[in-house]
Structures are given as C-alpha cells and as structure tokens.
Design a binder for this molecule. Structure first.
Ligand code: SF4
Length: 757
C-alpha cells in the first residue's frame, strides 16, 4: 500500500510556500513544510509509518480525532486491528488529504506513559496502581463525603471537546441528574464559547451556517484572527481549490502563514477588530451598499444599528487599529463589489474581552449585505477541537440537550420525559462557567474536582494561580489516556481512559457533520472507554438504574436523536451508525422528512448543506438580530513596566494544544521546535541588544518564563508571539474574560522582556 497522497486537483495545482524570512535551523518546522509540502508529500517526512505492522487485509473509515476539520481516514486492518491509515479520498471533507497529526493518529496511541491501570496517590505522594473496583470505591466515597460535609454543589467537573458526543452526553446526564453535580464546564469554554453565544443571540440557536464547499465558492474570503494554514490546513487546501480567483483578506496583528499567502493583510493593532468591523458597517451603510430587501425581510434592529455605527467612521477605526482610512474604505467596497463574501474567524476573535460583540459585528456585515445562506457566503466560525460542536449542542453542561434551557420548566419536563426521569432531578439553575468554578475553588465552595480528557494545569489562563488552587482541593480525579499530563501530576486518583481509535461513537465537525469513530485498536491494560467509565461510576454511585437506557454508544445516539426531534439540530433522519458510514458523515439538520425526501428523490445525496437558504432563522419571529454595543479598550494595556503585548496561538501544524498527544510521535516531534520560543521584531531586538536565538526572559505581573528568540518581522514592534503548546506559556496570561461568553482572553497580556542573568 502506498503512503503517498492520492492525486487530487489541489495536489496537482499547488506548490509549497516557503517562509519568506530567514529561519534558524531549530525553527525549520515553521517553513512551508507546515502548510503544503507536508500535505503533498507526507512520505518524505516519514508520515503514516507504523513500523513492524503486518500487511492489511481489510479497511474501514472513521474521522480524525484531533481538530474540528473532521477529516475521513481509511484505517487499514489486519485481523480486525489497525496497522496503518491513509486519508480517505472519497470523504467530502478532506478529499484525500490529511495533515501530519492525522497521519500520526495511530502512532500516538503507543506510548510508555499511557495510563494502563487506575492509580491512587499514596501517603508518600506516589501513584500506586490499583484495580477498577478499588478506584471506583475511592471515587464515590471521597466525592460523597465532600458532598455530605459541604453540599452537593461542592464537587464539579471539567470536561472536553475531545471525547465522543455520546460520552459527553452521558456524562452530562450522569453528573447532573444522577450525582447531584451542578457546576461543570468543558474546555470548549476556552475556544468556542464566544461563537456559541454570538450565534445563539443573533440566530436564536448555536448554528454555524456554512459547509466547507463555501471555501471553494467564495469570491472574497476574509479571515479574522484565523491562521488556517497552520491551524486548519485541510480547510486551507479547500481554499486553494477555489476556482474563482478569490480575493483573500487576512485581518491579524501577525503576518501569519495565511497572511503571507493572502491578497491583503490588515496588520491590525491587537483587539481593535471590533472598531474596524463597525467602521466597515459604517461605510456599507453610508454608501448604501446594502441588501435592503434581505434586511427588510429577514432581520431586526437595522434602524438602531445605522445610527450606532454612524459614530464609527473609518477615521476612528484607523486611529485605533493602525489601518489606513483608505484601506478600510477599500475593504468595504470590496465586500460590496464581490458577489459571494464569506468571513471566517477563530481564536483571534473568540479569545477577547469583547469577543461576542466582535463575532456579532462579523455577523452584522453578512446580514447587511445578504451574504448568508448562499454558496460561498456566511459569518463562519471555525471550531477548534474535534468535537467542540458535540459539546456545544449535546454536552448538557451550560444548557440542556439540543439547545434546551435549564431555566425553562417546559424544557426540563421534556428532558425528564425523554429520559424517563423524575423532573425533580433536573437542576433549575445554570452551572457556573469555568472561571467561576475556579473562583469557587479559591473561595472554598468547590472541594472536589473531576477532570476528563483535558489538561487545565497547562492550558487554563494565569497558570500559577490555577495550579495553586488545584492544591487546595480535597480530592482531584483526572481521567485521561496518559498518566503524565501536567494536570495528572496534581491528581489524587487517575482513571485510565481509552483513546480515539480504541472506542465507538461520533464527533461533530465545524460544518455540523456527524462522523464516526471506531474501535480499531485494543486499549492498553485496563484502560476503558470514557463511556464505560461513566457506566462504572453510575453503578458505584448507586444511580445505575437511572441510566439503563445508556447501555452503549449506539443506544446513547438514539437518545440524542430523540432530543433532537423538531429542534434546529434535528438528526432523526440518521438511521444508525452504518448510515453515517454510507453517507460520508451527515450534517445536521437531517430530519426524518429529509431522509424520506432523499429516499424518494433517488438522487445523489447532497453532502454539502448550509443553513438559512430560506432566510428563516431560529428566533421566535424567524429574523436574525443585529447586535452591537460600544467597543471597550483592551483591559490589559501596556505600561512603562510591561511595554510589550504578548499574543499566543498555534505554532506548527504538527502540534496540538498542550502537546499531550502530539509529543508522543517521533515523526511529529521532528516537525516542531523542541523548546519554547518567542517571535520578536528586529527593531525591538536591536533596541534591547537581543541576538537571534538568544534565550530571554518574558515577565508579566503573574509569572515569568524563558524562551529562545526568533527575530522576525512577522510580529509588529512592541508585540511578541509565543506558541501555546509549551507548558509554561500561561504563566504570563491574565484572567480576563468576555462578559457574555466567559471565554478567556489569551491574546493580549502586557509583559516585559529582559535578558537572562
Ligand atoms: Fe485531523 Fe484536523 Fe489534520 Fe484533518 S486537519 S487530519 S482533522 S488534525
């Protein structure tokens, strides 16, 4: 079997793009190999190798478990077990492509630090292996003891966007309806909460409207705070397939890999995006570059928006953003003159002190110009984790299943009826969001914490403070596939979990496509699927009878179908898991009526579907809302003592989040810099007499770290950039949150730079 990419139009058409500035040897991973060569010539870099495995005798397809792109992977099997993988050529997402993480998805499962047995911390502080029965008895005894002494709400859980939808849905039911846990959140708070709230307020439901085909249909694509070349390389390859010679605009403080390939780069001042977007709305309205028919028929609030943005002329945005007035006007004109405009965003927007309003300012531009519901259009939030979308809709964390509300008695009654539960077990109040749970630990209100498939000791903002708080807990349980995460180091009890590839279920990608994951490898030792761990917890907790219908992931999927019936995310038309295989994944909504229409039509099923083609939104009157409020200055301004702005983000295409999994692949490790580094502008380096490659100290009021210097004009003077994958990065970041989404703002911490002694 060849490990070469199969030819696709993009493979034939494109060439690798090189980093245009000199790169030191230790940073070669940042060059064009990240974006193109790695995708086009994976074998050259050793990707896809599974040394010593037998030749396959069968194959199956499942989706990748790293990022939200949701690529289809052909898993090659020998006697039912995976021996290799290749990107699926007929999967509608990736069309035969995979990034290095996908190629290495099987290899990261083999690691000496896999958690293979439950581990209990002994009196000396060392982990001691134990059996599941002992672990579960300790789990229930310690947590119940805390609840007895401090009340039900004194234990909480922090979950993830990395496990299957069925697992997160079961966890949400078990914890909230069976264990009496009220306060819980997911690490999707760190990446997607802003988009969730922005869509829900504007459209009446958390509903990203796009499909990946829109990358290929737009004639103007605007990326705001998004670097798909690195973060979503397969999506970027879809852009490269666009046959319309599109104009590509990147709005980002950094000259990112994506900005290097764009038609225009707006090197905006950090956190001035809201002012820029309002000024574009100002220009569209001033020039009457509007789709007045769409506004009149399908929106509310235009009459108030117009006078509001009248106060945001381009001159005001120019003074704040550093973007010239004529360029702002030209961008507004470009939006007017192009026929299919799409605006895409990720963390540069979401991780902000005013992220929700910024996302809604993007939505406003699309509503003003009618760029929604049609091919190549839309205000499009690209999700991060492989199942952030599952968490948002079916996690049962911040809201009840399928967009229902804990505060709504009818929704609670409906939920109880579907699950055959006493309505009294459904909480009548909302959970605290993540940062309130952290504050609850500080205040002594949260005494026990269960952390599932996430690594907050690395990833949560203001790390020193968070890790100190972990020490205040009476009992910390970590459930993870590895025993060596930064968070596991604090745990009293570690529960070994099976990983992607070792269990069954579904994931939902950025374009709302539900795809399967499958058990193609046996989990090591005593590690169990998260679903099975939750079943054990239910039995030992004494509430197993409440959850008998959650007997398997497939049964859980049937429960979720019942919750979805008649909702915007209706999936009642999906017959079963096999149906997902047949269709190459299915985007929601897909109701029974949709399925029946498909069967009658006997035509090829449309695998690229977008929302709002009829102009009807999910609000009570069917109209989308213009939402806005005054912009606010960055709450973490620079000062004489801390004169630099620290930006964080993804470093290379070979790294994933806290590097927990990607560090386990020898191939991936060769593709990213081993040590933490900082991008520093040449003018600042010269002024501070810092040499390229020199180790320097970055200091904020909250902590300090050492990093090697990469002197490069990709950052602006007065700004530095450090990738988020290295353990110490969040010693510098500051606890600032969006007021509506409670998402942390990781992008603009004030720091100083000093030479190391
Ligand atoms: Fe996996 Fe994302 Fe890479 Fe696709 S782009 S192979 S989903 S990590």
């Amino acid at each position: 079997m060849s490990r070469q990419m199969l030819p696709t139009p993009v493979n034939r058409a494109v060439e690798a793009t090189k980093f245009p500035f000199p790169l030191p040897e230790w940073l070669h991973a940042r060059d064009g190999r990240n974006t193109r060569e790695l995708l086009l010539e994976p074998a050259k870099f050793g990707l896809g190798m599974v040394p010593g495995k037998a030749a396959p005798d069968a194959a199956t397809t499942m989706v990748c478990g790293f990022c939200s792109t949701g690529c289809g992977l052909n898993i090659h099997l020998k006697e039912g077990a995976a021996v290799n993988l290749t990107p699926a050529t007929n999967y509608p997402v990736n069309l035969g492509m995979a990034c290095p993480k996908g190629w290495e998805a099987l290899n990261v499962l083999d690691s000496p630090d896999r958690a293979t047995t439950p581990l209990i911390r002994d009196a000396s502080g060392a982990f001691q292996p134990t059996d599941w029965g002992t672990a579960m008895r300790q789990f229930t005894a310690r947590f119940k003891d805390i609840q007895t002494r401090h009340g039900n709400h004194s234990i909480a859980f922090l979950s993830t966007g990395q496990i299957a939808t069925e697992e997160m849905a079961f966890l949400g039911a078990l914890a909230k309806f069976g264990m009496g846990i009220l306060h819980c959140d997911s690490n999707t708070r760190q990446c997607m909460a802003t988009s969730h709230v922005a869509y829900k307020q504007a459209f009446g439901f958390d509903a990203p409207s796009f499909t990946y085909d829109d990358f290929e249909q737009s004639d103007l694509l605007i990326f705001i705070g998004a670097n798909p070349c690195i973060a979503h390389p397969i999506m970027w390859e879809r852009v490269m397939r666009n046959p319309h010679q599109p104009m590509i605009v990147v709005v980002d403080p950094r000259l990112t890999e994506t900005a290097m390939q764009a038609t225009e780069h707006f090197a905006i001042a950090p956190k001035s995006d809201l002012d820029l977007l309002y000024s574009i709305a100002h220009e569209l309205i001033r020039n009457d570059w509007l789709d007045r028919e769409f506004i009149a028929a399908h929106t509310n609030g235009f009459d108030d928006l117009a006078p509001f943005v009248a106060d945001y002329p381009p001159e005001r945005a120019a003074a704040i953003s550093g973007i010239e007035v004529q360029r702002i006007r030209a961008l507004a004109r470009a939006i007017h003159e192009h026929r299919r405009v799409s605006i895409w965003w990720t963390m540069g927007v979401n991780q902000s002190h005013q992220g929700v309003r910024t996302a809604q300012a993007i939505i406003n531009l699309c509503l003003l110009t009618g760029n929604i519901g049609k091919p190549g259009t839309g205000p499009n939030s690209i999700t991060g984790q492989c199942n952030a979308m599952g968490s948002r809709i079916y996690g049962n964390i911040t809201g009840l299943y399928a967009g229902r509300d804990f505060l709504n008695a009818d929704d609670r009654a409906e939920t109880a009826a579907i699950l055959n539960l006493d309505p009294a077990v459904i909480p009548t109040e909302n959970s605290w969001p993540y940062h309130k749970i952290v504050e609850g630990i500080r205040a002594g209100q949260i005494k026990g914490l269960w952390v599932i498939a996430t690594n907050p000791a690395h990833s949560w903002i203001q790390q020193n403070q968070f890790n100190e708080l972990l020490g205040q807990l009476e009992f910390l349980v970590v459930q993870d596939m590895y025993s060596t995460t930064e968070t596991a180091a604090h745990a009293d009890l570690l529960l070994p979990a099976a990983s992607w590839g070792e269990k069954e279920g579904t994931l939902i990608n950025s374009e709302r496509r539900i795809g399967r994951i499958k058990k193609v490898v046996k989990a090591p030792g005593q590690a169990l699927a998260d679903f099975a761990i939750f079943q054990l917890v239910a039995e030992y907790w004494g509430c197993g009878d409440l959850f008998r219908q959650w007997s398997s992931p497939a049964d859980a999927f049937e429960i979720l179908k019942r919750f979805s019936r008649g909702r915007p995310c209706d999936i009642t038309g999906i017959r079963d898991y096999a149906h997902l295989d047949q269709r190459g994944g299915i985007q929601w909504p897909y109701s029974e009526a949709d399925a029946a229409a498909d069967d009658i039509a006997q035509e090829p099923f449309s695998n690229e579907r977008r929302l709002f083609a009829d102009g009807r939104f999910f609000t009570s009157d069917g109209r989308a809302k213009f939402l806005y409020e005054e912009s606010h200055p960055n709450p973490t301004p620079t000062s004489a003592e801390y004169p630099f702005i620290l930006n964080t983000g993804r470093g290379t295409v070979a790294q994933w989040h806290t590097n927990t999994r990607t560090a386990k692949s020898a191939v991936l490790r060769k593709l990213y810099p081993e040590r933490i580094y900082v991008e520093l502008h040449p003018d600042d380096a010269a002024r501070l007499k810092i040499k390229p490659g020199e180790e320097i100290e970055l200091v904020s009021p909250r902590g300090a770290l050492r990093a090697r210097t990469f002197v490069t004009p990709t950052v602006q003077p007065g700004q530095v950039f450090v990738p988020l994958h290295y353990e110490t990065i969040n010693q510098l970041t500051e606890s600032v949150f969006d007021p509506y989404s409670a998402q942390p703002s990781y992008k603009t911490s004030a720091i100083r730079i000093q030479k190391t002694p």
